[in-house]
Design a protein around this ligand. Structure first.
Ligand SMILES: Cc1cc2nc3c(=O)[nH]c(=O)nc-3n(C[C@H](O)[C@H](O)[C@H](O)COP(=O)(O)O)c2cc1C
Length: 438
């Protein structure tokens, strides 16, 4: 039996997701849902649950970038990942409209104390009845640190801090034993104090006494998600994550990434199914191949190059206006660009120019576009996973609403016909869904 794909829906609480064309796309404009109105998000959650997705997933940033040309103007003009409203309040709102699907969001560990994060995520895990997922990020841009008034440590130190952060959270999440709440009304005993423990954590970055003032949550804290590519990022994911979101445009690079994570997991004694690797993809459907290509052209032509430069500069935290637009990117040596280097090659392996990389970054932030009829998009998804060995996809629409509904109603049944997708939910929690094999 072929392995079943795990699908998640990528979202941002803002006007653009991965596509800079999204807010201007005629179908977004015609749909009548506004990105800033809450009804859209309950609608999306219901649609994705109809499609038996594992989760809806929010990226999140806490800044408007001025990295490109030291100006806020390009980000604001093109809605280049700005504005972004806080997604956390949406999670319980979306969970209230659904029963099974996981609701996950990014939350950075670089600016807060672990006690605050542990309490927030345990509470969300209760409110969603075990469907909460936390994408643990260390953040990418100096503007975020500046907004919180903190100094930006180097990547390695950020990950050392992140390891300790999550360890403190784990201690706090298990500071209440599962049967600590007694609720014996007659004897006047709410909780058994012998089963609620201080953690007395004292490490290089954090101190916390505990216990948490939230009772043990359905998943013992949320499911943990991660997205990182450096050796320390991979180590973090292999150790703690239940799922990883990865952007690897070329299946060969995706395979290298996949093997690296699963290899490290094996060294740490974890089974491969304990952490799913979801590769980002942007489906573009048409009734015929020609119509799908037309839709792709229409979408891609709505992306301004300057907007792509603004996002790419923000993600690298490096002002790319210093580089010639026609310069090849694959062999650049700037340290800031190394993290993104698998996004600098064409499918053939040839280097892309800065212009090409920035244009694609504005279209999809490097996600491959799967373009065609329902059958051919399903073929492309299947072929990608066959080469890459991935567990599934993080799907990103070109317009919203509309594109997600189309995928769920047309492609999901095709994947189910091929035996490549679940036909019902099994289990209760987001972690159960991520572990589900059949
Ligand atoms: C696919 C992907 C998605 C990410 N999404 C976010 C995000 O939504 N918010 C954020 O602050 N950082 C995000 N990051 C940044 C990572 O959390 C991490 O800080 C960054 O990639 C640096 O770590 P690395 O060198 O291990 O890749 C993302 C990274 C990747 C690769």
């Amino acid at each position: 039996m072929a392995a079943k794909m795990h699908l998640a829906q990528f979202l941002v609480h803002g006007p653009t997701y991965h596509s800079l064309a999204m807010w201007r796309h005629p179908k977004t404009a015609a749909a009548g849902y506004d990105w800033s109105r809450p009804a859209l998000y309950q609608h999306i959650a219901r649609v994705c649950e109809r499609g038996l997705f594992d989760m809806v997933f929010f990226a999140d940033l806490n800044y408007i970038s001025d990295t490109y040309r030291h100006s806020l103007e390009p980000a604001l003009r093109y809605a280049a990942q700005a504005p972004e409203h806080d997604p956390i309040p949406l999670l319980s709102y979306m969970a209230a409209a659904t029963r099974h699907i996981g609701v996950a969001s990014t939350f950075s560990v670089s600016q807060h104390h672990p006690f605050y994060a542990a309490r927030l995520w345990a509470t969300l895990d209760h409110l969603t009845e075990g469907r909460a997922g936390w994408n643990v990020v260390t953040s990418i841009n100096h503007n975020q640190d500046a907004n919180f008034g903190v100094d930006r440590p180097p990547t390695d130190v950020r990950y050392d801090r992140a390891h300790e952060f999550i360890e403190v959270c784990r201690k706090l999440w298990s500071s209440w034993e599962p049967d600590a709440v007694v609720m014996d009304r007659e004897a006047a005993v709410f909780a058994d104090a012998a089963k609620v423990h201080r953690i007395e954590h004292a490490g290089p970055f954090f101190r916390s006494r505990g216990p948490l003032n939230v009772v043990r949550s359905p998943q013992d804290g949320p499911a943990i998600l991660q997205a990182g590519t450096s050796p320390k990022g991979v180590d973090f994911a292999a150790k703690y994550a239940d799922a990883i979101f990865a952007i690897q445009p070329r299946p060969e690079d995706a395979k290298r990434y996949f093997d690296g994570i699963k290899g490290r997991m094996a060294e740490l004694g974890r089974a491969p199914g304990e952490c799913r690797i979801l590769f980002g993809a942007q489906p573009i459907l048409g009734a015929s191949e020609a119509e799908a290509r037309e839709r792709q052209d229409e979408h891609n032509s709505l992306v301004p190059l300057e907007g792509g430069m603004a996002i790419l500069s923000a993600h690298a935290d490096y002002d790319l206006s210093k580089i010639d637009l026609d310069a090849p990117m694959a062999d650049r040596t700037e340290p800031e660009l190394q993290r993104l280097k698998t996004r600098f090659r064409k499918p053939s392996g040839e280097s892309m120019s800065l212009r090409e990389v920035a244009q694609r970054h504005g279209q999809s932030v490097g996600l491959p576009q799967f373009v065609g009829t329902v059958k051919s998009v399903a073929d492309q998804m299947e072929a990608f996973l066959e080469t890459a060995g991935g567990d599934g996809f993080m799907l990103s629409p070109i317009h919203s609403p509309g594109a997600i509904e189309e995928f769920v109603d047309l492609v999901v049944p095709e994947l189910q016909r091929r035996g490549l997708m679940r036909t019902r939910y099994e289990g209760r929690t987001l972690r159960d869904l991520l572990r589900q094999e059949g």
